[in-house]
Design a protein around this ligand. Structure first.
Ligand SMILES: [Fe+2]
Ligand SMILES: [Fe+2]
Length: 182
């Protein structure tokens, strides 16, 4: 019998066991400051989901189901981002503390304004992801640096798409025919 399994009170040496779920073994692999930053980002991703869902609702009300569906897909993606962080925090023995999600903007003056808002928003998210990468590097938390690389790549894509959408909307404006053709 593996001697490690003999006692319920055995304290695992985190450096020697394969970490599948660190929390189960009482090992904490992230610092309090990284945990706080990740929880904040988790909230920001939920907010992003809410923000895009609000845009989806805006287009639903205007009978533009194509746009409404696209923004709903973005909302789903942002929810998935939040859950990615949720799972990681527990994988490294941390704790998720859910915070209040701010109410998103619900009215826009033009379609272009909606798309401009998404671009500005994604730029903000990129900054906050980068700030956590900086912090994790400072703390020599290689696992978190590695985990966040997926988000760094995702933000490049999201900013590029958002910027492209702004350009398209600038071309067609709020003309219904242009919107349907787009
Ligand atoms: Fe996101
Ligand atoms: Fe995003």
């Amino acid at each position: 019998m593996n001697p490690n399994l003999r006692s319920n009170f055995y304290i695992f040496d985190c450096s020697k066991v394969l970490i599948v779920n660190a929390a189960m073994r009482g090992c904490k692999m992230i610092t309090k400051s990284i945990q706080t930053a990740l929880n904040k980002q988790l909230n920001a991703e939920f907010y992003s989901s809410y923000f895009y869902l609000s845009m989806s609702a805006y287009f639903e009300a205007k009978d533009l189901q194509g746009f409404a569906k696209w923004f709903r897909m973005q909302a789903d993606e942002e929810y998935a981002h939040a859950m990615k962080i949720f799972d990681y925090v527990y994988q490294v023995g941390g704790e998720v503390v859910l915070q209040k999600i701010d109410g998103p903007k619900t009215k826009w003056n033009s379609f272009l304004e909606v798309f401009k808002d998404t671009f500005v928003h994604e730029q903000k998210v990129t900054k906050s992801i980068n700030a956590i990468v900086d912090l994790a590097q400072k703390e020599k938390d290689h696992a978190t640096v590695n985990f966040l690389q997926w988000f760094v790549g995702e933000q490049v894509e999201e900013e590029a798409t958002a910027q492209q959408n702004v350009k398209r909307m600038e071309m067609i404006g709020d003309s219904k025919s242009g919107v349907y053709a787009g």
